[in-house]
Design a protein around this ligand. Structure first.
Ligand code: HEM
Ligand SMILES: *[C@@H]1O[C@H](CO)[C@@H](O)[C@H](O)[C@H]1NC(C)=O
Ligand SMILES: *[C@@H]1O[C@H](CO)[C@@H](O)[C@H](O)[C@H]1NC(C)=O
Length: 499
């Protein structure tokens, strides 16, 4: 059997080589040379792929072609090119790579991982229909309530970090109307486990079958015994994450106001049973997309904030001066203060830039043969925007590895001449609805707490400087910070502010 497999691989690769042979009439973008058959598969496998790919751009330019087995890929390293393709040509660049791996683990439900087609159209329609709810006053009230509860939990507990229930609690409340008690809550444990599954499978180049879709027809290749077991173990967890909270709402176990509840109320009006079931499935996927897209990203961004603050007491000092004069000691900050807090905004922007939460963006896929600057981009090419590289380009952001919010400030205001990292960090194209969700957490922490480096058992301060680790969503680590109340007055303010 193995020889059959080998023959098929060779045959398929033969086709691939023919298809992607560099051709004078249809010149592919430049890129690392790669090997026969496997192409650049091993080149993709890197511990910090965003740095390796960034280095390649110095040799090959801002648009790099690779081939992983039979799948063509393009890595884009310039924000202008990413906008030209993903935004201006969105009609053919908005699909996502087809992934056998995602279908096997159950993660294929997510809009961010769904190729064009009926499911994509329907889940996208519903997700976008309810997205505005994530930023309405109702949402802000819920978020503010959870932030204030979180601040109270941080009091007194001087070693506390942000690995708290703040984000899952907020998101579960908004999406499902469910109250999370703590990190041991079964709902939260399931989400964490399911997110580990997607992170494991998104390590670039790790699961070959995704780069050779025909392999799925060769049973023992699908896609290696270890992965089959992993997928079989993972799938129930992913399904539980998707179904359990949604079913709790559907069965009336939770009646609190939520996105899922509004979706279901609307679906109930559909007279056709078959259509109703279909709509319900899409609503399930849409709610799953919303909260799986929100939890890890926001968590990572806040960890970056805490690390940056622990490194730079001088920056905290300046932010506090701004907060003291705009918000004052009598109350906690609110969303309405945002426009009058440019320095806090600059901190937020620098966090988005510095430890890029999704360093290689969310891969897109092109659904039609295309040309860009004379280069041929074949239909089916996976487009990887190297957001990390764009946000660490010294021409746009001098001394890019330095945490420096002042780069965004000119004459006491946000300098519009410096590119807002949000235009890159949240994908290219239409504005991301959740762009400002972490702002109030950042402002509230700065208003009431000191962020300091943590200390070892001998009382020595640990170095809070982090490094970025991960695959799809990445995280700073180590986390050597702790929170301490800023003053007795601040502590009292936190204790007495309910909403
Ligand atoms: C630091 C925070 C966040 C970052 C850096 C981030 C980043 C991204 C990126 C890069 C994409 C892919 C865009 C594209 O290429 O098409 C995306 C899509 C998405 N994000 Fe976020 N996100 C964050 C927070 C959130 C939050 C809080 C929510 C939910 C409330 C959310 C929900 C979504 C959804 C639903 C999509 C899919 C939209 C679509 O495909 O049409 N994200 N996000
Ligand atoms: C990238 O290039 C820099 C500077 O040339 C080098 O120090 C670093 O090791 C390279 N990193 C990777 C992962 O290739
Ligand atoms: C509904 O909300 C209230 C308060 O906002 C909370 O006490 C209750 O536990 C919530 N219900 C559920 C099922 O989570």
């Amino acid at each position: 059997m193995l020889s059959t497999t080998t023959l098929i691989v060779l045959a398929v690769s033969g086709i691939a080589v023919l298809v992607f042979r560099r051709n004078r009439l249809r010149p592919l973008p430049p890129g690392p040379p790669g090997w026969p058959i496997i192409g650049n598969l091993f080149d993709l496998q890197q511990e910090y792929p965003w740095i390796t790919y960034s280095n390649w751009s110095k040799t090959y330019g801002n648009i790099i072609f690779l081939r992983a087995l039979t799948t063509p890929m393009v890595i884009v390293s310039s924000a202008e090119i990413a906008f030209d393709l993903i935004d201006k040509r969105s009609a053919i660049y908005s699909s996502r790579p087809t992934s056998v791996v995602d279908e096997m683990t159950g993660w294929g439900f997510s809009l961010s991982l769904t190729p064009y087609g009926q499911r994509w159209r329907n889940v996208r329609r519903i997700t976008h229909e309810y997205l505005h709810q994530m930023v309405t006053p109702n949402y802000r009230d819920k978020q503010t309530k959870h932030i204030r509860a979180f601040l109270r939990q941080c009091l007194g507990d001087t070693g506390r970090q942000c690995n708290s229930e703040l984000i899952p609690a907020t998101v579960f409340d908004i999406v499902y109307g469910i109250t999370i008690k703590d990190m041991d809550d079964d709902y939260v444990k399931t989400v964490i486990e399911a997110l580990e599954v997607v992170e494991e499978t998104k390590v670039p180049g790790k699961y070959w079958v995704d780069f050779m879709p025909l392999l799925k027809y060769v049973p023992q290749w699908v896609p290696g015994a270890a992965f089959v077991k992993f997928a079989a173990r993972s799938r129930p967890v992913v399904e539980e994450m998707l179904n359990k909270p949604f079913d709790a709402v559907r069965e009336g176990k939770t009646v609190n106001d939520s996105i899922a509840l509004s979706m279901l109320a609307k679906i109930e009006l559909q007279p056709d049973i078959k259509k109703r079931e279909e709509e319900e499935m899409y609503a399930r996927y849409a709610t799953g997309t919303l909260y799986s897209g929100a939890v890890e990203t926001t968590f990572s961004l806040l960890q970056t904030f805490f690390c940056g603050m622990a490194m730079r007491p001088d920056i905290q000092q300046r932010a506090r001066q701004e907060l003291d004069s705009v918000v004052g000691p009598e109350r906690l900050p609110t969303y309405d203060d945002k426009d009058r807090l440019p320095y806090v905004q600059a901190i937020y922007m620098e966090c988005l830039r510095w430890m890029t939460t999704i360093p290689l963006g969310v891969p897109h896929s092109v659904t039609q043969d295309d040309y860009y600057n004379g280069y041929f981009i074949p239909s089916g090419t996976i487009i990887i925007p190297n957001a990390w590289h764009m946000l660490h380009n010294p021409e746009d952001y001098p001394e890019p590895d330095k945490f420096n919010p002042d780069r965004f400030i000119k004459d006491g205001a946000i300098n519009p001449a410096i590119r807002d990292p949000a235009t890159i960090a949240f994908g290219f194209g239409r504005r991301h609805f959740a762009k400002d969700t972490a702002f109030l957490v950042i402002a509230s922490i700065l208003h009431a707490f000191d962020v300091k480096p943590s200390i070892d058992e001998n009382g020595n301060e640990l170095d809070p400087t982090p490094q970025l680790h991960g695959s799809l969503v990445s995280f700073p680590s180590p986390l050597n910070y702790r929170l301490i109340s800023r003053s007795e007055a601040a502590e009292k303010l936190v204790r007495t502010t309910e909403l």
